[in-house]
Design a protein around this ligand. Structure first.
Ligand code: GAZ
Length: 264
C-alpha cells in the first residue's frame, strides 16, 4: 500500500472534515479515499479491521494500523503532513481552538435532532436548542476575533470541524425555513458561517446533494436503512442524485415513494 486509505461515506460530515483539511493543506491526493456503500452489508474484512465497529471514517495506514474518529484523524493528518499546518501553533491559541471544537458534538446532535424530527409540536424547542449553540459560537468568535471572519486570521481546524455539519443543516433551510435571526447576537456567527460555506476548500457537497441524499435520514431511516413502503434508500449511488428531483417538502406528513424521489 502506497498511501494511507480512508474508508468513508462521501456525503458523511465526518469524512468531509478530513477532505476540507487535506484540501487546505494541498494534500488531498496523499490519502486514498475508498467509498463504502452503507446500503449494503459491510465487508467482513473491513469489520475485522475496525474490530466490529461500523462508524466511518476509518483510516488504514500503510502498515495496516487503524485509526478512527474524525477529530483524531484531523489532527493526525495535520501533524503527519507538517509542511503546511492548519491547527494553531501558539499554546493559548491551540487551547482556544480546542475549546471552540468541544461543542461540535452537541452542535451536530442538536442539528440532527431537528433534521430527524417529524413531530411539529417539537420543532420550536429543537430550533431553540440549535440557536443556543449558534449564540455560544457567536460569543466565542466575539471574544477571540470580534472584527475578523474566522476564529483566527484564516480558516483553520475549528472551521474544518464545523463547516461540514453546518452544510448538513442545509436540510433545515429547505424543510424548515431555518435561518439565523438577523439580530446582533447572531451577526458574528452569521459572518463566520457564510465564509465557511463559501470557502473554496469546503465545496465537496452542495445543498441539492444534501437535501436529496439525506431525505430518508430525516424521516428516520439512518445509515442506509429502508423506510416503510420503500425498496431503495435515498443514499444509493445509482441513480445518481443529480438526475433525481428535489424531494417533496411535506416530510412531516408522509414518506415519498421510490418513484417520486427518482430512485427507480
Ligand atoms: N464520532 C465519529 C467520527 O468519526 O467523528 C462519528 C462517525 C459516524 O457517525 N459515521 C456515520 C457512520 O459511519 C456516518 S455519518 N454510520 C454508519 C454505521 O454503520 O455506523 C451525524 C449525526 C447524527 C447521526 C448521523 C450522522 C451522520 O446524530 O451524518 O450528528 C452529527 C452519520 C444523531
Amino acid at each position: 500500500m502506497q498511501r494511507p486509505v480512508l474508508y468513508h461515506i462521501p456525503v458523511c460530515p465526518f469524512s468531509q472534515r478530513l477532505e476540507i483539511l487535506l484540501e487546505l493543506k494541498g494534500m488531498r491526493d496523499a490519502v486514498d479515499f475508498q467509498v463504502v456503500d452503507i446500503t449494503i452489508p459491510r465487508d467482513p474484512a473491513l469489520l475485522a479491521k475496525t474490530r466490529g465497529t461500523t462508524a466511518l471514517p476509518v483510516l488504514e495506514l500503510e502498515d495496516g494500523r487503524i485509526l478512527k474518529e474524525s477529530l483524531v484523524l484531523l489532527r493526525y493528518f495535520d501533524e503527519r503532513y507538517p509542511e503546511k499546518t492548519i491547527a494553531r501553533t501558539d499554546p493559548y491559541e491551540r487551547a482556544v481552538e480546542r475549546l471552540f471544537i468541544t461543542r461540535e458534538g452537541a452542535f451536530g446532535n442538536n442539528g440532527y435532532r431537528m433534521v430527524m424530527n417529524r413531530d411539529r409540536a417539537k420543532t420550536d424547542a429543537l430550533r431553540d436548542a440549535l440557536l443556543a449553540d449558534y449564540r455560544w459560537l457567536n460569543d466565542m468568535l466575539m471574544q477571540h476575533n470580534p472584527e475578523g471572519t474566522y476564529l483566527f486570521d484564516r480558516i483553520g481546524l475549528a472551521e474544518c470541524a464545523y463547516t461540514s455539519l453546518m452544510m448538513r443543516f442545509w436540510f433545515l433551510d429547505y424543510f424548515e425555513g431555518f435561518e439565523l435571526p438577523e439580530t446582533p447576537d447572531y451577526a458574528r456567527v452569521a459572518r463566520w458561517r457564510a465564509a465557511c460555506l463559501a470557502h473554496p476548500a469546503t465545496q465537496q457537497v452542495t445543498p441539492e446533494e444534501i437535501v436529496k441524499l439525506y431525505y430518508d435520514y430525516a424521516l428516520g431511516a439512518g445509515n442506509g436503512a429502508l423506510l416503510p413502503g420503500r425498496a431503495r434508500s435515498s443514499f444509493v449511488f445509482d441513480p445518481d442524485w443529480r438526475g433525481r428531483p428535489m424531494p417533496p417538502k411535506d416530510k412531516y406528513d408522509r414518506v415519498a415513494s421510490d418513484a417520486e424521489l427518482g430512485l427507480v
